[in-house]
Ligand binder design. Structure first.
Ligand code: NAP
Length: 292
């Protein structure tokens, strides 16, 4: 098993550092016919040095967690230390009552074949009062089933409400849609999180592939050409340049897995950012949180 490249890191509350690049798993585990190929892709990702994995009970209704669990178990049988990994999963809002969170987490752990989840997120806000969900997360921490908890798809007003609750400031991350095509969080949410040392996990950082496909932006292609890099690497490097941001692109193809991991080595300069800015201007006012 090769060692991961020196990736930039994000620091979680309390000082724990983890790579600022993780691998998404949405759309995995949806078909039994593809399961073997998907497990192989995740094993390759582990061999290449990916160490942070983002999943959810929603993805393939548990299928993505199962595929990920198979791949992680295989890598750990071959000597990869559990502590080297950072596994993220999410609970459905309709399971987010105090008792529901505990039951959902137990199912996720079984599928992931792990004793604990490193970061467990409320996938989005639903009808359950946040205080109920926090009580469930606290119970999971007491049991040692999760190390940290956080939220997803929370805009600034949601975060302020959360932090005003008893225990709410113990939140470890907020995972939101963030990429060059969706920069709204830079106006208010990202600075708010940075000021509190609260990592922002950027989901769909490649706009589900649209940002870097054939219709992708000319500026990304131009900057990429200047560096002998790819547009995807430029799109990811632009996010990784911001403190406290972890990007979690999904990739199943070997070329993408290799390419995205190398994005961390790409240092963009002021001219690059100015070129990118022309196609993807920074927000000048509050924008509603993008949600996929
Ligand atoms: N919390 C939430 O509500 C939420 C919502 C959406 C997503 N997420 C998480 O965020 C992860 C990433 O988001 P996403 O899956 O929506 O979209 P994404 O990461 O923006 O894009 C994934 C797509 O881009 C392609 N791709 C990857 N690397 C590429 C490269 N170097 N060049 C060209 N194409 C490339 C992938 O192709 P291949 O797969 O064929 O390699 C895939 O089709 C998800 O998997 C999930 O874990 C969370």
């Amino acid at each position: 098993m090769t060692q991961p490249n020196a990736l930039p890191e994000v620091v979680f509350p309390g000082g724990e550092s983890r790579p600022a690049l993780g691998l998404g798993t949405w759309r995995l585990g949806e078909s039994a016919a593809r399961r073997g190929a998907e497990t192989k892709a995740l094993r390759l990702a582990l061999d290449l040095g990916w160490r942070v994995f983002d999943s959810a009970e929603m993805y393939g209704e548990g299928g993505a967690e199962s595929v990920l669990g198979d791949a992680l178990a295989g890598a750990m049988r071959q000597g990869l230390a559990r502590e080297a990994l950072f596994v993220v999963s999410k609970v459905y809002p309709h399971h987010a009552s105090r008792a529901g969170v505990v039951a959902a987490c137990e199912r996720s752990l079984r599928r992931l074949k792990l004793d604990s989840i490193d970061l467990y997120l409320l996938h989005w806000r639903g009808a359950e009062p946040l205080a109920e969900t926090l009580a469930g997360f606290a119970e999971l921490q007491r049991r040692g089933w999760i190390r940290r908890w956080g939220v997803s798809n929370f805009d600034l007003d949601d975060m302020e409400e959360l932090f005003a609750l008893d225990g709410g400031a113990a939140c470890s991350a907020n995972q939101v849609c963030y990429g060059l095509g969706a920069r709204g969080v830079e106006f208010d949410l990202l600075p708010w999180q940075q000021a509190r040392g609260l990592p922002l996990m950027a989901y769909s950082p490649l706009d589900q592939g649209a940002l870097v496909g054939r219709g992708g932006a000319a500026s990304l292609r131009a900057v990429a050409a200047r560096h002998g890099a790819s547009p995807a690497q430029v799109a990811l490097a632009a996010l990784l340049a911001r403190p406290g941001v972890m990007a979690i692109p999904k990739a199943a193809q070997e070329a993408h897995l290799r390419e995205n991991l190398q994005a961390a080595a790409l240092a963009l300069d002021a001219a690059d950012f100015a070129a990118i800015e022309r196609d993807f201007p920074a927000p000048q006012r509050k924008q509603p949180l993008a949600i996929i």
